[in-house]
Design a protein around this ligand. Structure first.
Ligand SMILES: Nc1ncnc2c1ncn2[C@@H]1O[C@H](COP(=O)(O)OP(=O)(O)OP(=O)(O)O)[C@@H](O)[C@H]1O
Ligand SMILES: [Mg+2]
Length: 347
């Protein structure tokens, strides 16, 4: 569905170096967001995520590359044009950045005040925004009187004050507990649906990506090392860094004790440990019994579960497989041929 929508944000070959002779914070990063999608960028600390998101609204100017937002060449804009373009992009931060001596309503109205909107129009706009983020009852409260989740709701309402079609979120939930994180992610998704927002969201947590994103890009050392539909990246991660991120959320830890208790292979036989991810038309095929019968293997299920991403189911299983080495190889190839993802683990 998102494929037919127009491009909302296109970053092309973005390069950024903060200090002469220093390392590249961004090293040829490219990204395309379609209108209406929630796009996640995940990466470890220092990967360049914040620098990349700040490039979208030119809080950071790239040394090289193209920045296009809603069809506009951002780098060609004059100051007035840039101010106007920035009103089309709301930004939400990890630490909320609220004015402590302003009420909720005054914080939300702040960007409108800066933009020169008359007081009565500001009041009307704030009255629209408060129920959108569930804060009607808190309009006159001060930030110190709010929970972290409520403060972030203020941050989101403020970001949406000027009615931008784009929302940029830099670690919007990283200062929140898991339950509040779920609430805020649900709110962002709901706002995307109701306001048809395009959302670019940065996080270091794959759980956030799994909960809310349509597509995801993985960053490392200023580069995008992998990107795609969240379901595809979670079930078929290619880059080792992506694999380790994905393992944090959907991986099956195998307790050392249960590995130690696995029987040793018989003479002439080998033992291989593999994680198998079941997706697509063969997700419910009895692969284990077929492999056991057709390749003459003994298959021991060490762990397994069924999960889903955006309503799309998949299974994940860790198998200890015993048999002649060529038969093991052939069985894994056969599984891969069915479209399953087979990753061998150290046995
Ligand atoms: N203003 C700056 N001056 C100098 N170096 C900077 C500046 N901002 C970022 N960097 C460097 O650029 C690299 C990328 O930083 P960035 O903040 O984009 O990473 P990040 O992925 O957002 O990390 P985190 O998860 O910790 O927020 C890092 O090496 C960082 O030290
Ligand atoms: Mg950052």
């Amino acid at each position: 569905m998102t494929e037919e929508r127009p491009v909302a944000i296109a970053l092309t070959d973005i390069t950024r170096r903060f200090t002469a002779g220093g390392t590249l914070a961004l090293d040829g990063a490219s990204l395309t967001l379609r209108a209406g999608e929630v796009f996640g960028i995940v990466g470890r600390s220092g990967a360049g995520k914040s620098t990349l998101i700040r490039t979208v609204n030119l809080l950071e100017r790239p040394d090289a590359g193209r920045v296009e937002v809603l069809g506009q060449d951002m780098l060609a804009l004059d100051d007035a044009g840039l101010r106007a373009a920035r009103r089309g992009m709301g930004m939400v931060f990890q630490h909320f950045n609220l004015h402590s001596r302003r009420t909720v309503a005054e914080n939300i109205a702040f960007p409108l005040e800066i933009a020169g909107m008359p007081r009565d129009q500001r009041r009307a706009r704030v009255a629209e925004l408060l129920p959108l983020v569930g804060l009607e009852a808190k309009r006159d409260a001060y930030p110190a009187q709010l929970s972290g989740g409520q403060q972030q709701r203020v941050g989101i309402a403020r970001a949406l004050a000027s009615g931008p079609p784009i929302l940029l979120c830099d670690e919007a939930t990283s200062a929140l507990d898991p339950e509040t994180t779920r609430d805020i992610l649900a709110l962002i998704r709901d706002l995307r649906d109701r306001l048809d927002l395009t959302v670019l969201l940065i996080t270091h947590e794959m759980a956030v990506v799994k909960a809310i994103c349509d597509r995801v890009a993985v960053m490392e050392a200023g580069r995008i090392i992998e990107q795609g539909r969240v379901f595809d990246v979670f079930t078929r991660p290619e880059h080792p860094t992506t694999r380790s991120f994905v393992a944090e959320v959907i991986g099956l830890g195998v307790p050392a004790g249960s590995l130690a208790r696995l029987p040793a292979p018989r003479p002439g036989s080998a033992r291989r440990l593999a994680q198998v991810v079941f997706t697509g038309p063969h997700a419910s095929r009895p692969v284990v019994s077929e492999a056991s019968r057709d390749f003459g293997l003994d298959l021991n299920i060490v762990s397994g579960r069924v999960d889903e991403i955006a309503g799309e189911p998949f299974g994940i299983m860790t198998l200890a497989a015993y048999g002649p080495a060529p038969a093991l190889e052939a069985a894994f190839d056969w599984m891969r041929g069915l479209g399953l993802t087979v990753t061998e683990l150290d046995a």
